[in-house]
Design a protein around this ligand. Structure first.
Ligand code: SAH
Length: 363
């Protein structure tokens, strides 16, 4: 039994059960054995591959979207560039390179990252390119205009799941069966942890449909609130790319190991466990801070409207057939609806005043 399995098993034996949220938080964030504290989780040799790891064009185009905001909002004086969960630092490296092709000054870079092992990879990757400031959480980001990108960040936050059944609310958890195996089950809702306010607004829909599961990431609100506050107060923009949908309903819990789906309970600390992001929750929080959230658009549509095909053409010009083939395959993975093009969505947060003009990607 792995060290983390033993820790979880001891807690289950002592308490009988734990919430899915606590299981996911231990699996992903345990300071020694949590998934994001391991080496080599992202990329071809890891467990899952992300858009910036597929193609340099992803960081270039999203970076130029932020550069456009920098210029059109005239943020030259004191904006900062922020990435949440930068992984291997690939997106930021491509973004810096693309930004430097413009006449605009590169703003100071602030990365929010909890994992020490990923931080050291980011350091190796980026130290020679620019001065980088790291933060454990968004609260310590300076009070300044902020240009933020978060790719596959919000899907990594631990979730709670709720269901209304037999006239009461239940929360999803893990418990031991009679043979001592771990099983997913519905636990009496802990009165110390009632249904979150945001879900209460949707509760009647779940009460009408007995099989409806509601998903909620408790950490999402405090993070999105700080980001939106900075954008609402000082200007800037946030670009959020993730797989998700615009409501809280459904069960999208999944685990991936070495590029294959696995049972979320089977490999705590060794498999990536994620859930779909509720974009309606993000836009609700943005709107409370004088911001407007531009509706999520499919990643494929967004990248094509920013000029992905033209950029691929440019890179492939006079290139060897191998590189041309690779570019075709990169474009396909990013935009094909059967790959990442449709399930992944892009949402933007802008100050109310700037959201009224047409924005690249949303024309
Ligand atoms: N954006 C990268 C990596 C995505 S994986 C890419 O596209 O390749 C998720 C990233 O978020 C990892 O870097 C992980 O360590 C970080 N992370 C997850 N939860 C976090 C949290 N609560 N605070 C800060 N960083 C977090």
């Amino acid at each position: 039994m792995s060290a983390l399995k033993a820790i979880i098993h001891a807690q289950l034996s002592a308490n009988g059960a734990m919430t899915l949220h606590d299981f996911m938080a231990l699996s992903l964030y345990h300071p020694q054995h949590g998934y994001y504290h391991q080496d080599q989780v992202i990329g071809k040799d890891g467990d899952f591959i992300t858009a910036p790891e597929i193609s340099q064009m992803f960081g270039e185009l999203t970076g130029l979207w932020l550069a456009h905001q920098f210029q059109s909002q005239q943020l030259q004086n004191n904006a900062i560039l922020v990435e949440l969960g930068p992984g291997r630092g690939t997106l930021m490296a491509d973004l810096i390179r693309a930004w430097r092709q413009t006449p605009l000054p590169l703003p100071p870079i602030h990365l929010v990252e909890t994992s020490a092992s990923l931080r050291s990879i980011q350091q190796q990757r980026l130290a020679d390119l620019a001065e980088i400031h790291w933060h454990d959480q968004v609260d310590t980001l300076p009070d300044q205009p902020l240009l933020m990108i978060a790719n596959e960040f919000f899907d990594a936050l631990a979730i709670r799941q709720y269901r209304f059944h037999h006239n009461q609310w239940w929360e999803r958890g893990i418990r031991l069966d009679k043979d001592g195996n771990w099983i997913l089950d519905w636990l009496d809702l802990d009165t110390a942890n009632p249904l979150p306010d945001f879900l209460s607004d949707h509760a009647s829909a779940a009460q009408d449909d007995k099989d409806q599961i509601m998903t909620y990431a408790p950490q999402l609100a405090p993070i999105a609130k700080v980001i939106s506050q900075r954008i609402g107060n000082y200007g800037g923009a946030g670009l959020i790319i993730d797989y998700g949908k615009s409501d809280c309903f459904g069960d999208s819990l999944q685990a991936v190991m070495k590029h294959h789906p696995v049972d979320p309970l089977s490999h705590p600390g060794e498999a990536d466990i994620t859930a779909w992001v509720d974009f309606s929750h993000l836009s609700h929080l943005a709107e409370q801070q004088h911001c407007t959230a531009l509706d999520p658009v499919p990643q494929g549509q967004f990248l094509k409207s920013l000029g992905l095909l033209e950029r691929a053409e440019q890179l492939g010009n006079n290139a060897a057939p191998d590189l041309r083939r690779r570019l075709v395959s990169e474009v396909d993975r990013l935009v094909n609806p059967a790959q990442m093009g449709q399930a992944f969505k892009v949402m933007a947060i802008l100050p109310d005043a700037y959201a009224k003009t047409p924005q690249p990607g949303w024309e």
